[in-house]
Design a protein around this ligand. Structure first.
Ligand SMILES: Cc1ncc(COP(=O)(O)O)c(C=O)c1O
Length: 407
């Protein structure tokens, strides 16, 4: 910065030239936190990262060899914005098993689900327009849509996810561009929305002609009970469904997808063209190769067994080491547990103590777009650390919490 200060006219005044929307852009608290938690001796419950030792490395390596040997000219070339056709056909067939019956033409491949969230912002949100979300909500969605100068209408969650029966009261104020829901193993709350509530949400959306964005990165990672019908299966005409291979295969490959009615897909394709032309051809073909060979299904079973063990380890340690008046619900799947501590502890302030004890989590307030809740909550990830580390980390937090409460 300072090296330019020596020019006779002085440094450039960038501020006056920046787009107004940059005022709304904030660096993600989690990305910032991950810089600290990447230090080797920290036990991190902060990120949403899969277990690195479980990545299907050999299978991906085989796919690379195969593709570079047999289809290098395709794999290394530009491709269509909609995405690699065989992968879209695979997705259409596998979503049908969950009751989502859309053609490959209704599927847009994205550079992770995060890009899908951004494309939705670009396509639907005018400055000042509202979107409706449960609260707490996914931090990356807040970050993506803030850049489009949205206003958030928020609906509180309970143990069954977004309290959809409150929506009608809230939309009297304004018609949201869409309703954002995370029905399976909510990030950060860990909740799952039962079928009856999903049906009620669809009824409300139909009555008021609203659209629903169903974000489902964790749906395949269920550790108990039966799958619940997706909202996209209940209301295919008004649901935009988001999926990703980040949690089931590898987040580094950055491959996700959007399922939506054809007229929405056309708009999203145009939005994506200006962004990145298309998602990496090579990565799409790798994902397709691993998925089509049937390896993914086996891999997901392996992940479910490992993550169930880690979730159980975390719950056991919480019961054993944490003060009595803490609260959490056991998630049926996914990667996160939302823990509530006694109200005299502010989890943002307590983070300093946690880091001194070499443990990290994400303070709850970060999941509230207007920072008006979650002060006594924290999000704990249980997929990334191995069981012994989970026990050690939860114990350290428990000891520190008890000490803090005693003072
Ligand atoms: C709810 C939710 N949506 C979207 C994403 C983005 O995932 P990706 O861009 O890796 O596909 C995440 C990642 O943690 C998430 O938890």
């Amino acid at each position: 910065m300072t090296i330019y200060a020596n020019f006779p006219e002085g440094p450039v005044n960038w501020e006056r030239l920046l787009a107004e929307r940059t005022n709304n852009m904030k660096s993600s608290a989690i990305r910032e936190l991950l810089k600290i938690t990447a230090l080797p001796d920290i036990i991190s419950f902060a990120g949403g990262m899969p277990a690195p030792e479980l990545f299907p490395v050999r299978e991906i390596e085989e796919a690379c060899h195969h593709l570079l040997h047999y289809e290098p000219q395709k794999a290394l070339q530009y491709s269509t914005t909609e995405g690699y056709r065989p992968l879209r056909e695979y997705l259409a067939a596998s979503l049908a098993k969950y009751g989502i019956h859309h053609e490959a033409d209704n599927i847009q491949i994205t550079t992770g689900s995060q890009q899908a969230l951004d494309l939705l912002g670009k396509t639907f949100i005018d400055p000042g327009a509202t979107i409706l979300t449960g609260c707490p909500t996914y931090l990356g969605a807040i970050q993506a849509w803030r850049a489009y100068q949205t206003r958030f209408l928020t609906v509180p969650l309970d143990a069954a996810g977004m309290q959809v029966e409150r929506i009608e009261e809230i939309i009297k104020k304004d018609t949201p561009r869409f309703i954002y829901v995370l029905p399976n193993f909510h990030n950060p709350a860990g909740t799952t929305m039962p079928a009856a509530r999903r049906r009620r949400l669809v009824e409300i959306a139909r009555q008021h002609d609203l659209i629903i964005v169903e974000d489902d990165p964790y749906g395949a990672l269920r550790y108990e009970k039966e799958n619940i019908i997706p909202i996209a299966a209940l209301a295919p005409e008004r649901t935009i469904y988001l999926g990703t291979f980040s949690k089931t295969m590898s987040p580094g490959l950055r491959i996700g997808w959007i399922v939506a009615p054809a007229e929405i897909i056309q708009r999203l394709v145009m939005a994506k063209q200006g962004s990145d032309l298309h998602s990496s051809t090579f990565d799409q073909m790798i994902v397709n190769d691993v998925a089509q060979r049937g390896i993914l299904k086996v891999h997901i079973n392996k992940l479910c067994a490992a993550y169930k063990e880690r979730r159980d380890t975390m719950v056991t340690a919480l019961k054993k080491y944490w003060p009595e008046d803490c609260h959490w619900d056991q998630p049926e799947g996914g990667l996160f547990l939302w823990a509530q501590v006694p109200p005299q502890i502010n989890t943002t302030d307590f983070m300093q103590t946690a880091l001194e004890n070499k443990v990290a989590y994400v303070p709850g307030v970060n999941f509230y777009p207007y920072a008006d809740g979650g002060f006594d909550a924290m999000r704990l990830n249980f997929s990334n650390a191995q069981p012994a580390m989970i026990t050690a980390g939860i114990k350290r937090l428990g000891v520190a919490l008890k000490k803090e409460l005693a003072t």
